[in-house]
Design a protein around this ligand. Structure first.
Ligand code: AMP
Length: 316
């Protein structure tokens, strides 16, 4: 476990001199099996996987949950070692922001943050890009693994890497879900048992859109409409009602509206329930990594899953 940069650099120098490929998995901790799948992919693409655990203050807005964000470094270190990560980097904020939090920022191209989480979280993606660029330049990994769970984040990072010629290969890992379809997230810890039940509405809505897409419909408005109808059914189900922040069907690269999905599309949703803001998405392409969601829709009513206790294993 490295908190300081110098010992980390020595470890990296040894890895490089032994010609080892290094993969980085940046996280904010409170690790779950979704993060585990990223470490697994990192190990498949490199000799050594290093994970970072850092709750990045610059990506939180003033009204957001920076202070209450779940933190458990001991449990995180144990999980990382059980997943086969070779190292953990868990620096203090002063280490990554030596000039303070008002220092330099890397801003995303405006078009990619015009929709989805962009308008709701001003400055969020600049905070993300800034910390990711710091980690990439500090660690210089051959590969960096991010999750599709934060798809807009993945797109802005890909664009940064491309436009700044950053010498790193990026991998986008599929979303790991609970048995009832809820995307795993550190923020699911905020959900009460009743909120946890209604939270299934997000993945059900996206599953409905994906099913229509798989049936051949490529009209973005029709796909969104089907999702909206499903959402209204699901949002006030047996648990606590959810408040929709957005539900969008967009071109998957530009993250902009289109009439017809020609290439890959994305259906994305964000909603508030209790203290939690939840996000989820599905890739709209014939071999979508989210097809497992369709099984749940076909299965009809799924078992109640109290507070994250799954009856089956996670869906991958
Ligand atoms: P976080 O710790 O929430 O900032 O997430 C760290 C990385 O894990 C990001 O690249 C996320 O997209 C990814 N991630 C979070 N949840 C999941 C999930 N359920 N499945 C796969 N990857 C995930």
């Amino acid at each position: 476990m490295f908190e300081a940069v110098e010992p980390l650099r020595r470890w990296l120098a040894e890895a490089w001199s032994a010609n080892k490929r290094v993969a980085l998995v940046p996280t904010m901790g409170a690790l779950h099996d979704g993060h585990g799948s990223l470490v697994q992919l990192a190990r498949e693409h490199a000799d050594l996987a290093i994970a970072s655990v850092f709750v990045n203050p610059t990506q939180f807005g003033p009204q957001e949950d920076l202070a209450s964000y779940p933190r458990d470094l001991v449990a995180d270190a144990e999980k990382l070692s059980s997943w086969g990560a070779a190292a953990l980097f868990c620096p203090a904020a002063e280490t990554l922001y030596p000039a303070g939090l008002e220092g330099i920022r890397v801003h995303p191209a405006p078009a990619l943050v015009e929709r989805l989480c962009g308008p709701q979280r001003p400055g969020h993606f600049a905070g993300v890009l800034t910390i990711v660029l710091k980690l990439l330049t500090m660690i210089r990994p051959d590969v960096a693994v991010f999750g599709q769970k934060d798809y807009q984040q993945f797109r802005v990072i890909s664009q940064m890497v491309e436009e700044l010629f950053a010498p790193v290969e990026l991998i986008c890992a599929p979303i790991v879900r609970e048995a009832d379809g809820l995307a795993m997230s550190s923020r699911n810890a905020y959900l009460s048992p009743a909120e946890r039940v209604t939270a299934r509405a997000l993945s059900r809505t996206l599953g409905t859109i994906l099913r229509l897409y798989q049936e051949g419909d490529r009209r973005a408005a029709a796909l969104r409409e089907a999702g909206w109808t499903a959402w209204q059914q699901w949002r006030s189900g047996p648990g606590v009602p959810l408040d929709l922040e957005y539900l969008e069907v967009l071109d998957g690269m530009a993250l902009q509206p289109v009439d017809q999905l020609a290439g890959e599309g994305i259906a994305a949703i964000a909603a508030h329930v209790g203290k939690a803001r939840l996000i989820d998405n599905v890739a709209l392409r014939p071999n979508s990594p989210d097809l497992a969601l369709l099984r749940l829709l076909h299965a009809g009513e799924v078992p109640r899953v109290p507070n994250g206790e799954a009856r089956e294993g996670p869906i991958r």
